[in-house]
Design a protein around this ligand. Structure first.
Ligand SMILES: [Zn+2]
Ligand SMILES: [Zn+2]
Length: 402
């Protein structure tokens, strides 16, 4: 690392330390005032006020409750790097007894998006302060609706968030309760899964359970279908491409002696390859139709396409990984495994080079171990100093790329 970059790194580190309490206060405000996907009106207002207070004047509304803002360094057209945070919360009743507990009953920041937003506001304050020390432009993206289809990212992209100027790359961070506070994790290449929702209705002919010869039993047909569909992941899928097909809901509203007219099944299909994903959809449809052809009845087989798989650009991710080592030390930067959850950051990474990394927030000694999307999820707020500082450093490091 050259001496100018080392100076900038030290400057960013000391600013991250100085602004830590403010980032924590912002996170607590957001945590206490969570809003559901696409309803982030007060959150958006809060973010805009903070950006203006920092002194950032180029702020544009996107996708109704999102913002895009610019911080220009010297020679602003040299390179452009985007940093992204999501702002929405989940329909969960918070079980934590903390001073910043959700004041909006039934809604909770249980996925850490409060931490992402507060960290990006912190990074924005740092970057605005050092803007005479770097060349290029930083694009700040605060998006709505990560948790609910079609995904706020897809709406932001449709609203031209990646244009004027178009970023060379985009970086996003997400809390990770399985990684110790103080550490972060990266994975180049394929990282997270595509996720599609499956809604099946099997229609038969119900009646008295003692007279099966007069019925078309949708319970038996649906049972065969669930078993047969597993062929998609066990036989049709390449063993080299991870795939998951799970059915979590089966509804047959009959009784011991009543066969219902129809059975509903719901499930999820996840994988890590777009070509195989499309093929798997066809295969599922043909298996389901083949079963009703043989057994009778009819089937409605709906596949609702969700987020695509998330691919981390190998080079951008390598450079970010190296920058994180420079910032945190080698022992604090981990290699991540594939994660079969889905994330709408994937939409950005299909448009421009993307790097989605994990911020460790776990602290067993403080009892902070709950997973995301649970009523007891919380973070060790010491992570926020890294959340803000590292993001700022990754951005300026990326701008320096020749
Ligand atoms: Zn989530
Ligand atoms: Zn999330």
């Amino acid at each position: 690392m050259n001496s100018i970059k080392k100076m900038l790194k030290d400057k960013i580190k000391s600013l991250a330390k100085a602004y830590k309490e403010e980032v924590i206060a912002n996170r607590r405000h957001l945590h206490a005032n969570p809003e559901l996907s696409y309803q982030e009106f007060n959150t958006a207002k809060f973010v805009k006020e903070k950006l203006q207070k920092i002194g950032i004047s180029t702020i544009e509304s996107k996708a109704n409750t999102g913002w895009v803002a610019l911080i220009e360094g010297k020679n602003p057209s040299k390179r452009v790097v985007a940093l992204r945070a999501d702002m929405d919360a989940l329909p969960i009743i918070e079980a934590n007894e903390v001073s910043y507990k959700s004041q909006n009953p039934g809604v909770m920041h249980a996925c850490g998006h409060d931490a992402h937003t507060a960290s990006l506001l912190g990074a924005a304050k740092i970057l605005n302060e050092v803007k005479d020390d770097f060349e290029g432009t930083i694009k700040l993206i605060f998006q709505p609706g990560e948790e609910v289809a079609p995904g706020g990212a897809s709406l932001m992209i449709a609203d031209k968030v990646l244009e004027n100027p178009r970023p060379n790359g985009i970086i996003g961070q997400h809390v990770m309760p399985f990684i110790e506070v103080g550490k972060v994790g990266f994975r180049p290449g394929i990282y997270m899964a595509s996720a599609d929702e499956i809604y099946v209705t099997v229609k038969g002919k119900g009646g008295h359970a003692a007279m099966p010869e007069t019925l078309i039993d949708p319970v038996l047909i649906a049972s065969h279908m669930i078993v047969a569909l597993q062929q998609v992941v066990s036989r049709a899928a390449s063993p080299k491409i991870p795939s998951v097909l799970s059915f979590g809901r089966v509804e047959a509203l009959g009784a011991t002696n009543v066969i219902p007219n129809e059975v509903k099944i719901q499930g999820t299909f996840r994988t890590l390859d777009e070509e195989w994903r499309a093929k798997a959809h066809e295969k599922m449809l043909s298996i389901a139709h083949g079963i009703v052809e043989g057994m009778g009845g009819e089937v409605d087989f709906e596949i609702k396409k969700g987020y695509p798989f998330l691919n981390n650009d190998p080079e951008l991710t390598y450079r970010s990984h190296q920058a994180a080592i420079a910032y945190l030390g080698e022992e604090n930067v981990l290699d991540l495994d594939i994660w079969m959850a889905a994330e709408d950051f994937a939409f950005y990474s299909q448009e421009v080079e993307g790097c989605f990394y994990r911020l460790g927030t776990r602290n067993e000694s403080k009892g902070i171990t709950s997973g995301v999307h649970t009523p007891t999820f919380d973070i060790d707020e010491d992570a926020l100093e890294i959340g803000a500082g590292l993001m700022a450093f990754l951005a300026v490091s990326e701008l320096e790329k020749a």
